[in-house]
Design a binder for this molecule. Structure first.
Ligand SMILES: [Zn+2]
Length: 231
């Protein structure tokens, strides 16, 4: 987002009465981000780190991921899409706190796995500068707090802007995606249990590419947690 539209957004969020990010109804006192109805209607997956689930199965035979889970079901319309739209394009980073707290607490209470560090899927630096923030950052930080893990955002680097990739043909695209993400300064993370966090898992290609890069760290193991998954 460029800075004039960012400022207009910020001014709007101060002047206008708060609305529900799910259904745009006006919020009443005590309601925050979502109205009571939308909060109740959130399509929770109930996936966890204890039992096998469909997110695990996305990665079978593709990349060695110990355990994966996603918090919500994503669909082309409805509460989750609207909520994540506010997070991604309207500078409403509190959505990340909200989802990270809820999911993080849930996973911490299970005590099924122990995590050493949370690693966000990075944006390309140009995109990051345009948007002003990585939309998974605050989600990842809250997850790290609850799981008593470090938050490490300087590890993975995205080397190409995906926009330019879509113009290439299929084979070149596949070749390029192999080195789309690289790991920097991996020494302190050897032997650690790393949790990759992302917003929405669709085909799993992004997580697969990130996990391949992270697994170049000696003896590391990879876990995955996303805000949502396309069922
Ligand atoms: Zn609502």
């Amino acid at each position: 987002m460029n800075w004039p539209s960012k400022i207009i957004n910020d001014i709007n969020s101060i002047l206008l009465p708060p609305v529900c990010f799910g259904c745009k109804a006006q919020l009443s006192g005590g309601e925050h981000l979502l109205c009571t109805v939308c909060r109740h209607d959130l399509p929770l997956t109930d996936y966890n780190f204890e039992h096998e689930n469909p997110v695990d199965r996305i990665f079978y035979g593709r990349v060695r991921i110990v355990k994966a889970a996603a918090f919500l079901y994503f669909s082309d319309y409805g509460i989750v899409k609207n909520l994540l739209h506010f997070l991604k394009y309207k500078n409403q980073q509190e959505v990340g706190d909200f989802l990270g707290d809820w999911f993080g607490l849930q996973l911490a209470q299970e005590k099924a796995v122990e995590i050493d560090a949370v690693v966000p899927v990075p944006l390309h630096p140009i995109k990051r500068r345009k948007r002003g923030y990585n939309q998974v950052e605050r989600f990842g930080k809250r997850m790290a707090d609850h799981l008593k893990a470090d938050y490490v955002d300087h590890l993975l680097i995205k080397t190409q802007n995906t926009k330019t990739l879509t113009k290439k043909n299929r084979f070149n695209r596949w070749k390029s995606s192999q080195d789309l993400y690289v790991v920097k300064n991996n020494t302190p993370l050897a032997g650690k249990r790393l949790l990759l966090v992302d917003d929405v898992i669709t085909t799993g290609a992004t997580i697969e590419a990130c996990a391949q890069a992270v697994l170049t760290i000696p003896e590391s193991t990879v876990y995955v947690a996303a805000m949502a998954v396309v069922p």
